[in-house]
Structure formats: structure tokens, C-alpha cells
Design a protein around this ligand. Structure first.
Ligand SMILES: [Cu+2]
Length: 139
């Protein structure tokens, strides 16, 4: 038997958790590259950074789930080959990815990147082609 008063305490705790999760999520202070995503745009700040372990903080400010992929390539950001059947960019040169970040949510990812040129994309079907791509230069 669970005492009725204990049930009440749990019910209150649940209400508090629910109200916390509805507040906008903040990126941790040690994020080095902020990635803002929405339909159908990716904005990097900064878009150029020193080589090493880089902590990305990704914010999905859109109304649907978006992915985060780091692709190493010398191609221009709009020139990645397309897998026509899947409606997605081909992932040659993929370094790391987060498959999906829900709307209103944040994610962080630390990645060791060597000097070179990279493209950050969302590879949900069609999103790359609609403009969800951004260039990252690592010096
Ligand atoms: Cu997307």
C-alpha cells in the first residue's frame, strides 16, 4: 500500500517536471559553435573555427524535427550529390550526425575536427535541397 500523502507528493513532482520542460532550453555556456535550425535554414555562429575538439550546440527553432550532419567535402554547400530515390544528400565524408532533434529542443555534440572545409546539413528527406545547409571552415 502506498500512503495517500506520498501519492500527492509524487503528483506535485510530476507537475513541477512538466512545467520545467516547457521552458525554452538554453545552450550550455561552453558551446563553441551555435547552430540554429528552422525550416529551411541552418545558421552557424561562428562559421569558421580553429581545429581541435569543437563543441556544437544545436537549437531547433523550427516546427518539425531536423537532423544535424557534419560532412567533410571540398564541394560547394549546394553541390552535394543527391540520392534521388531517398530525396537526401549522399553522405560521403560524413563525420558525425544526430539523426533528429525535436522542435524546440537543443542538442550538443563534441567532435574532433581537422583543418578543412565542411558542410553542415539537415538530411531529413528534401530539407537539404530546400536550403538546410551551411558552410563550416576549420583552420
Ligand atoms: Cu530539416
Amino acid at each position: 500500500m502506498i500512503p495517500r500523502s506520498l501519492v500527492a507528493v509524487f503528483a506535485c513532482a510530476l507537475v513541477i517536471l512538466a512545467s520545467c520542460s516547457s521552458a525554452p532550453e538554453q545552450l550550455p555556456a561552453d558551446v563553441q559553435v551555435t547552430v540554429d535550425m528552422k525550416e529551411y535554414q541552418i545558421t552557424l555562429n561562428p562559421a569558421s573555427i580553429k581545429a581541435g575538439t569543437i563543441k556544437f550546440g544545436i537549437r531547433n527553432g523550427g516546427t518539425m524535427g531536423h537532423g544535424f550532419e557534419i560532412i567533410r567535402t571540398d564541394l560547394a554547400i549546394g553541390k552535394l550529390p543527391i540520392d534521388v530515390g531517398a530525396g537526401k544528400a549522399k553522405e560521403d565524408g560524413l563525420v558525425r550526425q544526430i539523426k533528429s532533434i525535436l522542435p524546440g529542443k537543443i542538442a550538443t555534440l563534441s567532435v574532433d575536427l581537422q583543418a578543412g572545409t565542411y558542410v553542415i546539413i539537415c538530411n531529413v528527406s528534401g530539407h537539404y535541397q530546400l536550403g538546410m545547409r551551411s558552410a563550416l571552415r576549420v583552420e
